[in-house]
Design a protein around this ligand. Sequence first.
Ligand SMILES: NC(=O)c1ccc[n+]([C@@H]2O[C@H](COP(=O)([O-])OP(=O)(O)OC[C@H]3O[C@@H](n4cnc5c(N)ncnc54)[C@H](OP(=O)(O)O)[C@@H]3O)[C@@H](O)[C@H]2O)c1
Length: 256
Amino acid sequence: MEERRLGPVVGLGTWNTFRGDAALATRIVGAAREAGVRCFDTSPMYSSEQALGAALGDDRVGATVLTKIWTSSPDEARGQYEDQLAWFGRVELEQVHNLVAWEQHLPWLEEEREAGRIDRLGVTHYSPSTFDELARALRTKRFDTVQVPLNPRERACERELLPLAEELGIAVIVMEPLGSGALLRETPAAEALAPLRDFGVETWPQALLKWALSDRRVDLVIPATSKPERAAENAAAGEPPWFGREERAYVERLAG
Ligand SMILES: NC(=O)c1ccc[n+]([C@@H]2O[C@H](COP(=O)([O-])OP(=O)(O)OC[C@H]3O[C@@H](n4cnc5c(N)ncnc54)[C@H](OP(=O)(O)O)[C@@H]3O)[C@@H](O)[C@H]2O)c1
């Protein structure tokens, strides 16, 4: 099971951050890679795939592309996949976005994995109201990864999905680790972070990212940013030492 692990590491999400600006995408991705980020999450939904592919370039040694199939149409799904092969060469992790037609897509995605053009298959959903279905998908044992939200204010996945992923050896990817920005609206004062300094935490976003990664069932967090310097700030949270129970509880209190 251990070989399925991706981390614990910080990756980069790309929803709503490149904003159609290829030059900005190149700067964000470049800063992230310089800071040691390897995993880049995208989707046909984000209109960021082509810019990500261009930013990574042809020689993307060490970079792992996490993308998605997001449609219930078999033809459109194939079209999304063909585009991805053109932009990325290959796909390290192909996820079924928001469980859309997952049972329909699985057989051909498994064939592609078998053929070596995809390394792993995953499934995502942002809404706890779908977690029963997500659990059913995981119990088929046909997925290698699951992507769900987890932050101090959104912990629904802790009930069933994290234990299930651990039991089945499925890698966990955390979306919305900063609450899509909502957890950053009120930032604790610098003194409040003092007890976390020995853990390498200098900023509130780093505290939140380390909070998620310190759950040993979590492999990867994928914060998104439109500011290149923040990609490096976030990546720094992916280094040990990890929080214990006490530090995690402290961050939860700070998050309110
Ligand atoms: N259904 C799905 O599969 C699904 C759903 C949701 C998300 N996702 C994936 O998960 C990724 C992350 O989720 P998310 O984008 O919703 O939210 P997030 O990563 O929790 O938060 C992103 C927000 O945090 C801000 N931010 C990031 N780093 C910061 C820093 N160091 N300091 C201050 N502000 C910072 C960004 O603003 P700035 O741009 O101003 O830095 C942005 O507004 C997505 O990009 C996507 O790849 C997948």
